[in-house]
Design a protein around this ligand. Sequence first.
Ligand SMILES: NC(=O)C1=CN([C@@H]2O[C@H](COP(=O)(O)OP(=O)(O)OC[C@H]3O[C@@H](n4cnc5c(N)ncnc54)[C@H](OP(=O)(O)O)[C@@H]3O)[C@@H](O)[C@H]2O)C=CC1
Ligand SMILES: O=C(CO)COP(=O)(O)O
Length: 339
Amino acid sequence: MEKITVLGAGSWGTAIAFVLAENGHDCLLWTRRTEQAVEINEQHTNAAYLPGISLPENLHSHADLAAAVAHAQTIVIAVPTKAIREVCRQIEALSNEPKLIVHVSKGIEPDSLKRISEVIEEEIDQSKRQAVVALSGPSHAEEVVLRHPTTITAASNDNEAAVRVQDLFMNQYFRVYTNDDLIGVELGAALKNIIALGAGISDGIGYGDNAKAALITRGLAEITRLGVKMGANPLTFSGLTGLGDLIVTCTSVHSRNWKAGNLLGKGQTLDEVVSGMGMVIEGVRTTKAAYRLAEKYDVSMPLTQALYAVLFESVHPKEAVDQLMNRMKKQETEDIFYK
Ligand SMILES: NC(=O)C1=CN([C@@H]2O[C@H](COP(=O)(O)OP(=O)(O)OC[C@H]3O[C@@H](n4cnc5c(N)ncnc54)[C@H](OP(=O)(O)O)[C@@H]3O)[C@@H](O)[C@H]2O)C=CC1
Ligand SMILES: O=C(CO)COP(=O)(O)O
């Protein structure tokens, strides 16, 4: 049994804490809202994010970040990407011993173009962290808390830390693999959300399975193209955090990115979709980041460019699809060079 703190009591932070508490750990779930901590401690529910789910009674919640950081040597960060830097600054200010930092978020900062582990390393001094591990894969919170079989990957430059995280989380319904390709795992996790928005748009317009299969496979091609240029192992993108997460996010009714795309395809504006969702839609900011990364690394990413045009340049989704379909002729396969 270990002491573990999870920061962020949204749907994923709560599901992650659910698994850790069921595994017998002394897990503390931090929320920035006192009333939510009281609900989790007294009702054992988090109705806003996981309605109808009973949380383990040994899962406790706190709204005091200092107490939450002091509680454990292992900290799991589960806030949206846009809040990661701010939360890390707070951890840095509150820590006086090295922590194992795990993050479960999926995004890239649009201004700095940094992956999440890079932001963590920038904001938390080396003396205050043991290692950084990304835990990622095809895993909707709604299914994890029903104990439906789920597979996920713990990725780190430090293999011992990845194995430690594997041991903390693994159970009968939650199977954890390790991977030493942190770049590939974090990029796959972030970039699949762009394609999920596209899949939702395609379904919203009324296109069928052929279009969705095209999006998933050609999406994988452009994710791999960028990933390899950024130093990732191409094989990572065929794994859980690449193809696996593309499938789950592009095809699941639970996906917020798919849902957002679906509403866009049906004619809602981006502002209407974002304000109506009430939960994070990471793909919107990640589209901006990936569009800039494609320019920076001089990589062709036609689906990302089409999504960018729909989200930020008011191009109608159908027009974006027409443009995609009428591009220059191409050969399907390409050489991927991996150093
Ligand atoms: N949901 C899922 O199934 C999965 C999600 N993920 C990833 O996990 C990350 C978190 O997603 P998820 O839990 O779904 O998001 P939600 O939208 O469900 O919840 C976000 C949580 O973060 C809190 N939060 C937001 N901004 C801040 C801030 N500035 N400081 C502190 N807390 C903040 C929110 O608090 P409040 O309620 O007060 O607004 C809320 O508790 C995302 O990167 C997502 O891609 C990964 C795998 C699965
Ligand atoms: O990453 C996820 C599942 O693996 C969650 O995706 P959404 O944010 O689209 O719900």
